[in-house]
Ligand binder design. Sequence first.
Ligand code: F6P
Length: 373
Amino acid sequence: MDPDLLSSFDTRRVGILTGGGDCPGLNAVIRAVTRTVRSGYGATVVGIEDGFEGLVESRVRELDVRDMTGMIREGGTMLGTSSKGDPWHYPIEGTDGSTEIVDMSARVLESIERLALDAMVAVGGDGTMHIAHKLQARGVNVVGVPKTIDNDLAATDRTFGFDTAVSVVAESIDRLATTASAHHRVMVIEVMGRYAGWIALHGGLAGGANVILIPEIPFRWDAVFRAVRDRATRGKRFSIVCVAEGAKLPDGSEVIQQTDVKRTDAKRLGGIGEVVARQIEQGTGLETRVTVLGHLQRGGSPTAFDRVLATSFGVAAGHCVCRGQYGVMVALRGTEIVPVPIEDAIARTSLVPPDHQLVGAARAVGTSFGDDG
Ligand code: F6P
């Protein structure tokens, strides 16, 4: 521990939480923050359980460097997380099964004061960054770390978790291709990503999908059928269609599985794979099957890339929080990790530009996006 560092800063207690959907690499961030803050600055790290819920319900525990052994390779999050703990939109369940949405932000601010947290590290996606920004505006010292398999946060070139999800998609397509080829079938694979097509684009490209459908590029049924039929005409007796859960049907509608007011984002997307498969079978007469990859994309160990990115983010966040650099989110810009204002991260969602270089590359190798491109 550097005594100069200790004397020049007064951050003695740092809270850390993980919010929103989990993703591989969260434990690697917790490990990196804990080691940097404790070993580098001698400050105490307080782990908050289940995202902001832990502050409302006072569920916290001190984290020690020894607890971090092996955490770089563990999926999930040792602190737990929640997609329903927005302090300004907090669901309280009544005994009659009803749900009331209340403002619990005052309770969260009290908890932060009672726990004597000088600063907090909030690891999460856009929902968590919005909450972090509101807390910062109310005088809480916050540093954000961007996570999400969706890679849809602006202000960072990458979020950790994305690379792992893309690897799962690519491997799954590889497996589907062999059985598709054996049975001369069309295989539709539905992948996550919310309103962004990054997972479908990268995963579909890596797996050599023949058709990729994403929210940012409107598709038409006739173009999808043509892409599949053309392959059959060329003697390729199977096709792989990779569809993002947020892709819009030709009439512009989304396919929604469920609406849940308790969630920060009430909409749960899902089900478009089944619709696409049914249409292809009817429109082409080719036997079609659907696989919904779901949470397999979020589980398990992080890839080496995600471990490195999560560790780099965690170390940078640890330094920011102990050096008094608050109101920022650590971000990857090119090959550098830099702090950026949290408001830049929440200003917009990062979507796939339809003229993105990778879209061009996929088209160049014969992938159809279900349009005329
Ligand atoms: O944001 C990550 C994500 O996995 C999305 O891709 C997906 O739409 C959503 O979370 C699923 O959320 P849940 O795990 O709450 O069903």
